[in-house]
Design a binder for this molecule. Structure first.
Ligand code: 6PG
Length: 479
C-alpha cells in the first residue's frame, strides 16, 4: 500500500511526487492523459513510484485514510476530479488541493465534501518548479485532525529555514489558499518595486547593467536580502552570444496568471488599501499597452520641458550617484515594508471576515524559505508579530515604525526625484502616500462628508458633539 497518491503530473505535480519519493514515501501517480504516466516513469521514474492508469486502481493502491494530492489546473478540472473520486473514496479519506485555487472555491468544496465525510485540505504551495522538487513553502488549511495525517509528509518535503520547516497549519476552510493568494500579491509588489529601483538607477543614475548588477548583489548582503533581489542580480549578468545583455532584449510587457488580481479584488471587497500591490498590478496592465505607450511618447513627449533633464537631475538636487544608490536602497526597503504591512493587514481583516484563526508570526516564518518572497526581513516581521499579536498594523510595531521613520525622508526625496525626472515609480509613490495617509490625524474627508450630506442628506458626525447630524445646506446657500 502506498502512502500518498498524486493526480496531475505536470512539472509541479511530478516534482512534488519526486520530492515525496525522495523522502521515502511510496507514491502512486496518475494523470488523466495516461501516456504522461509512462513519460514520467521513463524520464523520471523513481523506485518509490507506482504508476497507475485508472482512478480506481490509483485509489485502491493507497493506505487508509487515503491521501489524494491534486496538482491540476485550478477551476473546473478540480471539481471534475472530485466528482470522479466520489464513488471511490471512503469516509475519512483526504483530498488535498495543492494548486493556486481561488479560496472561495476551496471553501465551497470543503463544505460539499464535509457533508460526505471526506476531508478536504486547501494547500497553498509556493516556490515554482525548483521549490516543488527540493522544498517549497507550504500553507495548509482545512480540518485540523485531517491535517494531522499529512503533517509529517508536508514538513518533510517543505523547505527549511533557520532550522524550521516552512510549513505550518494555517486555519480552516480556504485560508491556506488565501495566504498563498496574498503571498502572490506581495510577490507582485516586490517585483514592481525592484523594477522601479532598476529604472531609477538606469534612467536617473545613467548606470549600465553591470553597475546595476553590482548594486543588487551588494544589496543582497543587507536588510534587502531576498530571493527576488538575488535573481535580479543574476539576471543582470546574462549575456547573449554577441556579448549584449539579454535583459535589454526582453520586451517590457509583463504577463500574469491572475493571483495578483485576486488579491486586489479581495482587498477592494474587504475595504483594505493594498495600494503598493494595486500599483504593481496596474503597472503590469500599463506595461501591456506597449504600442499605445510608444504612440503617446511621441504625442506627450518623454523629454519635454516639464521634466528636469534625467541626467542633470542629480546635479540639480546636489546628489551624486552614490547618494542616488543609497536613496533607492532605503526607499526600496521602506516601500517593501509598507507592501508587506498592507498584505498582512488584508490577512487580519480576512481573518475576522471568514472566521479563521491566523498566526501572523507563523505565516511570516513560512515565507522565510522555499517561496518566491523569501527574504531576511521576514524574521523581523515574525518577531514583531510575536511581540504584539493584536497590533492593528505592522507599521505600528516598534521595530518597523523605527525602520520607516529612519527612511521616510529618503523615500519622499526619491519620489520627488522620480516625479521630476518623469520616471513612473508608482509603487514607491503609493507606499509614501499610504504612510502619509495612515499617519494623518486629520484628513480632508470632512469635506466629502459635507458634500454627501449636501447633495444626498447622508448625514455626518461632528468632532465636538456625539451623534449623527444633517445640515440644511441648500437653504443656507440661498440665504
Ligand atoms: C509561487 C509563484 C507561482 C507562480 C505565479 C506567477 O509562489 O510559486 O507565485 O504561483 O510563479 O503564479 O504569477 P504570475 O503569472 O501572475 O506572475
Amino acid at each position: 500500500m502506498n502512502n500518498i497518491g498524486v493526480i496531475g503530473l505536470s512539472v509541479m505535480g511530478m516534482n512534488l511526487a519526486l520530492n515525496m519519493a525522495d523522502k521515502g514515501y511510496k507514491v502512486s501517480i496518475y494523470n488523466r492523459t495516461t501516456s504522461v504516466v509512462d513519460d514520467v516513469m521513463r524520464d523520471h521514474g523513481h523506485k518509490n513510484f507506482t504508476p497507475t492508469y485508472d482512478l480506481e486502481d490509483f485509489v485502491k493502491s493507497l493506505e487508509r485514510p487515503r491521501r489524494v494530492f491534486l496538482m491540476i489546473k485550478s477551476g473546473k478540472p478540480i471539481d471534475m476530479v472530485i466528482d470522479q473520486l466520489m464513488g471511490l473514496l471512503d469516509e475519512g479519506d483526504i483530498i488535498i488541493d495543492g494548486g493556486n485555487s481561488y479560496f472561495k472555491d476551496t471553501i465551497r468544496r470543503s463544505n460539499y465534501l464535509e457533508d460526505k465525510k471526506i476531508n478536504y485540505l486547501g494547500v497553498g504551495i509556493s516556490g515554482g518548479e525548483e521549490g516543488a522538487r527540493f522544498g517549497p513553502a507550504i500553507m495548509p488549511s482545512g480540518n485540523k485532525e485531517a491535517y494531522g495525517h499529512v503533517k509529517d509528509i508536508f514538513e518533510d518535503i517543505s523547505a527549511k529555514a533557520y532550522g524550521e520547516a516552512c510549513c505550518k497549519y494555517i486555519s480552516t476552510g480556504g485560508s491556506g489558499h488565501y495566504v498563498k493568494m496574498v503571498h502572490n500579491g506581495i510577490e507582485y509588489g516586490d517585483m514592481q518595486l525592484i523594477s522601479e529601483a532598476y529604472m531609477l538607477l538606469r534612467d536617473i543614475g545613467g548606470m549600465d547593467n553591470s553597475q546595476i548588477q553590482e548594486v543588487f548583489e551588494a544589496w543582497n548582503k543587507t536588510e534587502l536580502e531576498s530571493y527576488l533581489i538575488e535573481i535580479t542580480a543574476n539576471i543582470l549578468k546574462v549575456k547573449e552570444a554577441d556579448g549584449s545583455y539579454l535583459v535589454d532584449k526582453i520586451l517590457d510587457k509583463s504577463a500574469q496568471k491572475g493571483t495578483g488580481k485576486w488579491t486586489n479584488l479581495e482587498a477592494i471587497d474587504l475595504g483594505v488599501d493594498v495600494s503598493v500591490i494595486t500599483a504593481a498590478l496596474n503597472a503590469r496592465y500599463m506595461s501591456g499597452l506597449k504600442d499605445e505607450r510608444v504612440k503617446l511618447s511621441t504625442i506627450i513627449g518623454e523629454n519635454k520641458a516639464e521634466f528636469a533633464g534625467k541626467k542633470d537631475l542629480l546635479d540639480l538636487m546636489g546628489l551624486n550617484k552614490e547618494d542616488l544608490v543609497d536613496l533607492v536602497k532605503k526607499s526600496l526597503y521602506a516601500s517593501k515594508i509598507v507592501s508587506y504591512a498592507q498584505g498582512f493587514k488584508l490577512l487580519s481583516v480576512a481573518e475576522k471576515e471568514y472566521g479563521w484563526d491566523l498566526n501572523f508570526a507563523d505565516i511570516a516564518k513560512i515565507f522565510r524559505g522555499g517561496c518566491i518572497i523569501r527574504a531576511r526581513f521576514l524574521n523581523d516581521i515574525s518577531a514583531a508579530f510575536d511581540q504584539d499579536k493584536d497590533v492593528e498594523n505592522l507599521l505600528m510595531t516598534d521595530f518597523f515604525a523605527k525602520e520607516i521613520n529612519d527612511r521616510l525622508a529618503d523615500l519622499r526625496k526619491l519620489v520627488a526625484i522620480g516625479a521630476m525626472g518623469g520616471i513612473p515609480i508608482t509603487a514607491m509613490s503609493a507606499a509614501l502616500a499610504y504612510v502619509d495617509t495612515y499617519r494623518s490625524s486629520r484628513l480632508g474627508a470632512n469635506i466629502i462628508q459635507a458634500q454627501r450630506d449636501y447633495f444626498g442628506a447622508h448625514t455626518f458626525e461632528r468632532v465636538d458633539v456625539d451623534g449623527v447630524f444633517h445640515h440644511d445646506w441648500i437653504d443656507e446657500d440661498e440665504k
